[in-house]
Structures are given as C-alpha cells and as structure tokens.
Ligand binder design. Structure first.
Ligand code: MSP
Length: 528
C-alpha cells in the first residue's frame, strides 16, 4: 500500500460567487498537485464547499430558497468554476452530502463518549454576521462593537463545549518540535511568521473551550448532534472534518479504523491520511492550527504534515468588496485572457505568504513581457525558423544551452518540492530569457543566408527547439493547457506532464514538428 500525497484547500462558503481570493488558493493547490504528479508521486487533491451555518442559511433565506436547493444551485456554479480554473482535483466535497455528515456524527459520538464535551449555559453578546460570540475585549472604548460585526444581540443559551485547555501544552510542543518535516526543511506551519503567530497566541493565554453546537432555535441548517436533537453542529467543527470524511468515503483504512466504521470497507490502495498539505488563507489559521490538530488528537489520528498559509489579495490597494464594486472577477479575466494567463499571473505575482495587490495594468504588463514577448515569442520564432529553414525537421543534437537548462530544471524541481511556486516561475523565466537572448546573439536569419553557416544554423535550431520542449515540461504544472499546446506544436503527441522528460536531448534528430501558432497572442492595439 502506498501513501498518496494528500493535498486540500479550504472549502469555500457557498453564500456567493467565487472571486479572486478563492481562485488564487485553488490554483496554488492545483499547481502543487500537478507538480507532485509530474514528479512521479501519486496525489489526491481535494477541494469543495462549506455549505452549512448561519451565513449560508441567511443567504438562502435572502434568496427565498430552501438551504439545500440554494446550495445545489450554487454548487453547480462552483463546480463549473473549478473546471474553468482547470483544477485537477480528485474529489469535490460538499458538506451537505450524507457521506460527510455521517463522519461528522461518528466523530461527535466518539468524542462525546470519551468525555471531551460538556454542556453549559452561556450568556453573551453574539454577532450573527460573524457567527461568533463577542467578549468585553471586542468592545470599543465607547462600549459599542465594531460595525464589522453587524447587529450584535444578547443571547442566553445552553451549548456543548469541547475541553481544549488540556491540549494546549502538547500542541505548543508539537509546533515547536516540528520545524523540519522533510529534507527540504518545511515547517508544520508555513511561512514561519504564521507559525510564530500561532505560538504567540498559544503561549500568551489559556485556550478557551470551543463551543461545538448551535441550538436549533437559532440555526437549523447544520449536522444534527447525534446525542442531542435540540442542537446542530457548529459550522467550523463540521467543515474541518471534510479533510477526513472524504478519506473515509474513499476507504482510507487509517481513518476508518479511527472511526471504527463497520459500514465502509477499507481499500488497500488508498492511503490518504495524514494530509501532506492543507492550503488555507491567513484568516482561518487558528481553526487549522489550533482547533483542527486538537480534534484530530482527540479522535486518535495523526496531525497533518503541513499547513501552508497564503495571504490575501487586494485590488488597487483596497480590500475587495462587492458593495463598492472593487472586485476581480476571475471568470471575466479568464474569458478575456485565457485560463493559463490567469493561473500564471496569480502564482507569479504573489508568493505564498504575503498579501498581494491586483491591478489590471500589472496583469497586462506581465502578460505582455513574460507570456506574449517571453515564452510565446521564443516558441513562435523558434518553430517558425525551424519550419522555414529546415522544413520543420529537427537537426542533430547540440548541447550549447544544455548546462543552463539542466540547472534550471534542478532548481525548479527543488522549488516545487518546497512549494516555492513563485521562485520556480522566476527560475523558469531565466531560461526563457536566455532562449530569447540566444536568438538575438546567434542571429539565425543571417546564418540562413550563408550556406557555409548551415551547420551552425542546425546547432542553433536544435538548442532553441529543445529549450522550448524543456520549458513545456517545467511549465506544465502552472499552465497545463499552454504547455500541452507547446508539445502539440513540437509535433509530440504525449502530454508534457512528466518531470522526468525534462532531460536535455530527448528531442530526436529527424523528428518533424507540428504547426506553429501564437501561444499568448499580443493584445496591443494595432498601430495606426
Ligand atoms: N468555509 C471557510 C473555510 C472552511 S475550511 C475547513 C471559509 N470560506 S471562505 O469562502 O470565506 O474562504 C475560503 C478561502 O478563501 C479561505 O482560505 C480564505 O482565506 C480565502 N480567501 C477569501 N478571500 C480572499 C482574498 N481576498 N485573498 C486570498 N484569499 C482569500 O473561510
């Protein structure tokens, strides 16, 4: 049995349309998934939707729909979105699915039986908008609550709580003692400043117990508590479980054993848990780095190997907000520029960690410089020259650019293994630049005019064509459709989806290439 590289994204609330932030996270995860597959690993990539809770119940109500019908409609939109982004996910979870809910209930029953929960009365101020109780610390000096909490109401209610305090110390130790989980030196929580943030939080105050229920009177759109029908499960407890409910549904033996599930048959060939990477945004770090590990420990399952935390996008230096119209609609960008350009820009512009800023001008500039004039131009001029000077037939092997290509391949692989996607694209970009410089320096059109330079022209054309082939393999995880087009134009009828093909010299003498065509057409206005 072989453990798969198991990779997840946050599951999005289905209370609206997808925007740039959602798209970015899914693309980052998809690039990691494709890179691992290209490197020869078996991968299981999970994404999906978080359908329960107050926000979704409210959104359904506002639309005059029953929550399930509302979710079904929007789930179709979000699934289509995943396709549009060209995600290679292996499953798509919806938390309203029975396969998920049964696992949530099995876990609740197990933890309740083991004494992890207690019932208590709570009186406090509650923000329905943020689905959270507020404390005195959340008050402003004048006693009011910030307008971001919306209308705040006072509530008295019974609820179930999860004892957390006893877990605080081991969690601190786990985070501190897992700085290096593999030879690349990846941390349990990355980037390091996010790890430090969690440690500071855990060290500075006693953890408050987590309320894991909501009274039916307040919320009915959720998973019923198996041990008290007056309550549904708190949406975050429900949502986090998706990371193991899907492995359970897939037949992962470790998860099924922890749940003591007799209704499902373990499969020998699908070992998923523990997750290798949870890709999430910075706003949901506490749920993933505190509540989720504690829940897993209580269930008796190992912790995920890594929580990879990305930053937030702004547009034109402002928070994206539907009400002001300051949003980036990924579908509009994809329709205008193509999915590969969108994927490329998202990953190239913003490293995993810091916040980023989208500007349309920045997008257009990168498209022109790095896609149209960069890889697009290199491919097009190389193949056109091969076609006009050598009838599209590959000349004998020559290795002038091989050392540099080999270095770029090695560095790119190291970056991909460390999830350094931006650095990988930057490194790949140096090979594109080198290829274009090589054209300028070797001046093939002059060589073509002088029959005594025919051998030199052969050499130049081989180096250019083989560089383009290697680039297709390196770029495939990022821009799979464009990379496949490069291979097609090279007359290769396989996919560039294996990093093992990024070896100089695989392009054979005598091979005939296909039809050159612009890969990333220039968008400039035609000059008058
Ligand atoms: N449903 C929860 C996650 C549950 S995971 C078990 C949730 N959903 S969300 O739709 O609000 O956010 C989903 C992901 O999108 C989060 O990781 C969040 O950080 C990310 N983003 C939402 N807006 C974003 C930006 N403006 N920029 C980048 N990512 C952002 O939270």
């Amino acid at each position: 049995m072989r453990k798969r590289f198991y990779l997840t994204t946050a599951i999005d609330y289905v209370n609206g349309e997808p925007h740039l932030g959602h798209a970015y996270e899914k693309i980052v995860a998809d690039v990691i998934a494709r890179a691992r597959r290209s490197l020869g690993e078996e991968v299981f990539f999970l994404t999906g939707l978080d359908e329960h809770g107050q926000k979704v119940q409210q959104a359904a109500l506002d639309n005059g729909k029953k929550p399930q019908a509302y979710c079904d409609e929007l789930a179709a939109v979000w699934k289509a979105f995943a396709k549009k982004l060209n995600l290679s996910n292996d499953d798509f979870v919806r938390t309203s699915e029975p396969r998920h809910q049964t696992v949530v209930q099995a876990i609740l029953s197990k933890l309740n039986a083991a004494g992890h929960f207690y019932k208590a009365q709570y009186r406090g101020f509650y923000s329905p908008k943020e689905e959270t109780f507020l404390t005195e610390k959340d008050r402003r000096p004048d006693g009011s609550f910030d307008s971001s909490y919306g209308q705040v109401v006072e509530l008295v209610e019974d609820n179930y709580y999860f004892h957390l305090r006893e877990h605080q110390q081991w969690l601190i130790e786990h985070i501190e003692s897992h700085p290096k989980i593999d030879p690349q030196g990846r941390e349990f929580i990355e980037p390091i400043y996010r790890r430090n943030e969690v440690l500071a939080f855990l060290k500075n105050k006693a953890l408050e117990d987590l309320c894991i229920s909501r009274p039916l009177a307040r919320l009915n759109w959720g998973v019923p508590l198996p041990f008290d029908e007056q309550f549904v499960t708190y949406v975050w407890f429900d949502a986090l479980v998706n990371y193991i409910s899907v492995p359970a549904a897939q037949g992962d033996p470790a998860v099924l054993a922890a749940l003591k599930s007799e209704s499902r048959k373990p499969k020998a060939d699908i070992e998923l848990w523990p997750a290798d990477v949870h890709v999430i945004g910075k706003d949901i770090l506490k749920f993933h780095a505190v509540y989720w590990p504690i829940t897993l420990r209580a269930i008796g399952l190992p912790l995920p190997k890594q929580i990879l935390v990305h930053g937030w996008w702004q547009k034109d230096g402002q928070k994206m907000s539907k009400s002001t119209g300051n949003v980036v609609d990924p579908l509009a960008v994809i329709d205008e520029w193509g999915v590969d350009a969108f994927r490329y820009y998202a990953v190239r512009e913003l490293d995993i960690g810091p916040d980023g800023n989208w500007t349309d001008a920045g997008f257009a500039a990168r498209y022109k410089a790095e896609l149209a004039d960069g890889i697009g131009n290199l491919l097009n001029r190389s193949l056109k020259m091969l076609q006009s000077y050598r009838a599209g037939v590959v000349p004998p092997r020559h290795d002038e650019l091989a050392p540099q290509a080999d270095q770029v391949v090695n560095d790119t692989i190291a970056h991909l293994r460390g999830n350094q996607l931006q650095a990988a694209l930057q490194r790949i970009g140096t090979l594109v630049t080198r290829g274009n410089q090589y054209v300028e320096q070797s001046v093939p059109f002059k060589l073509a005019k002088d029959p005594s330079k025919a051998a030199r022209l052969d050499q130049v054309l081989y180096n250019l064509t083989e560089t383009c082939r290697i680039l297709a393999v390196l770029l495939w995880p990022f821009i799979p459709t464009a990379a496949e087009k490069i291979y097609a134009q090279l007359g290769l009828d396989v996919s560039p989806d294996k990093m093992s093909e990024a070896v100089w010299g695989r392009l054979n003498v005598g091979h005939t290439i296909g039809e050159p065509a612009p890969l990333f057409p220039r968008k400039d206005q035609p000059s008058k």
